[in-house]
Design a protein around this ligand. Structure first.
Ligand code: 5GP
Length: 141
């Protein structure tokens, strides 16, 4: 798994400017340079990890603690009431910057995140098997 430096390291170090929104010991937030809607905000751990599943408990906890607060601020300032929180992992999942980040994207007069959601049907037997295997995997972790 890649822990290579990215443009977000340069933002964290101040080498590249950004419109900073928030900072604490573990988390940094700033406006996305290519917003899908006004107020589109990126929330990143200071820990340099490419994917969500690689994060330390401390970073994960800090992100989880502050995300709702950041969402409230984006809603208050933009006047939006609907929004998406998006977190991509891997190039095939549309991740362009290989440093964990959450997008907060308000929905404003149709602007925001467009989603294709090609839903299938969960087969009962497959569901039982998958849930059992996932539970077992969690017990090992
Ligand atoms: P991803 O597709 O990896 O989930 O999203 C990466 C996001 O980072 C994109 O929305 C892109 O606009 C944003 N981004 C890339 N480079 C910069 C930058 O230099 N500054 C800021 N503020 N955002 C960036």
């Amino acid at each position: 798994m890649s822990q290579a430096t990215t443009i977000f390291d340069k933002i964290l170090s101040g080498e590249i400017p950004c419109h900073q929104v928030y900072e604490d010991d573990h988390v940094f937030a700033f406006l996305d340079i290519g917003p899908l809607s006004t107020g589109h905000t990126l929330v990143i751990p200071k820990e340099r990890k490419a994917h969500l599943h690689e994060l330390s408990e401390d970073s994960a906890a800090a992100l989880g603690r502050v995300l709702p607060r950041l969402c409230r601020a984006v809603l208050e300032v933009t006047g939006a009431s609907d929004y998406n929180v998006l977190q991509n992992n891997g190039a095939a999942a549309h991740q362009a910057v290989m440093h964990v980040h959450f997008h907060i994207i308000p929905k404003i007069h149709g602007a925001g995140l467009g989603i294709s959601w090609p839903a299938g049907n969960l087969d009962a037997a497959e569901g039982r098997d998958l849930a059992r295997r996932l539970t077992a995997a969690l017990e090992k972790s």
